[in-house]
Design a protein around this ligand. Sequence first.
Ligand SMILES: [Zn+2]
Length: 445
Amino acid sequence: MVAVSVCQAYRFALEPTPAQERALRSHAGAARFAWNWGLAACKERYEAERRWYSATHLHKLWNAAKKVDPELAWWGENSKCVYQESFRDLDRALKDFIRSKKGERRGKQLGFPKFKKRGKCRDSFRFSTRVLRCAANTVTLPRLGMIRTHESTRKLARRLEAGTARVLSATVSRTAQRWYVSFVVEVERKVPERHARPDSAIGIDLGVKILLVGADHAGDVVSIPGPKPLRVGLRRLRRASRAHSRRKPGGANRRKSAARLARIHARVANVRADALHKVTTRLAAQYETIVAEDLFVAGMTRQRRLACSISDQGFGMALRMLAYKTGRRGGQLILADRFYPSSKTCSDCGYVKAKLALSERTFTCQACGLIIDRDENAARNLLRLGTASGAETGLAEANACGAAVRPEHAGLAALNQEPGTAIVGQTGTATRQLVAAGKVLAHAR
Ligand SMILES: [Zn+2]
């Protein structure tokens, strides 16, 4: 066993009183205001000098302005921490924009940060002070006081009491009329040096309707369909989003259908997160090595007709869960490079097809005549890519593309997940880890 320190998120649904709810809205408004205020200043400077104000600099400017500008007289109604955190977010968004522009950032190209409009953006704000407490069924936040939670906070409270955990930040956000608080906590954890089932491995192909198809070292094929509530939810979501797009922009019906859509969305995300938790826990226990496609490819090659935010969110979530769950058990998650054609390669002879339409659910090899389910074929390729050495399999060039994400310290994947970002999911489960800054692992080729 090796002791490692990891970041973990605890998320609770809140049950604020009407007065507290008003205060929550006020804080969210303040966070938005501070973002817009800072962005206006940074934009002006960026246009003139190609540089912006750092978070600390903005905070200084804000402190000076709030004392003299009568329009900012309300600032004291909200915790000053909220403004500060907004400036930090803005600073990071600007840095990401520059890195994306220079091609140093993975994923889709980012634009210059945008102004946040009430009702159009996510209501959220963050605290990063030490005066965050939780006990029994409550959490205590600066300025907002003690707020009741929907479920028990005991698990976290016990850790804090015992001194085995330290709160780094708390993010409060609203999803479809419900407020949540998400604590990012640093915890000490004991991790075995080797997995209980050494040399076991599985390649997995992630999907939406079918959660995943896997092929393991013993030649078994695992197919895990999404639970029924998820399939029903996805159908409902599709219908609701079609209905929503038919409503006239700006109308009352449009507003109503948007709220309905958000509710269904939240529900589907919860069900999906729950299902993913179950299956990833099982996989991490059964296999030392899990090989999957990079999030980027997974998102790109799939049908986009399904609410794409749902599918992207799901893939990211599944990979994060696998990364930390394998890490905890001494296993590893390996991500295939985005250029590896896992769907188009024959898992038997290695022949690579030039094209494979998304609608083709069966893979038929022109070279050796293999006929196999598309997802199973991809899973087999991923398994081989992650486990065997090139010489043994004749897939030398493919093997060279494998990007190993070895959870050396924290059991975390090299995903762009920032501490403080809430993950939509089941509340109260105290097992969601986020990637800690500085603990991102090698994504070597
Ligand atoms: Zn073949």
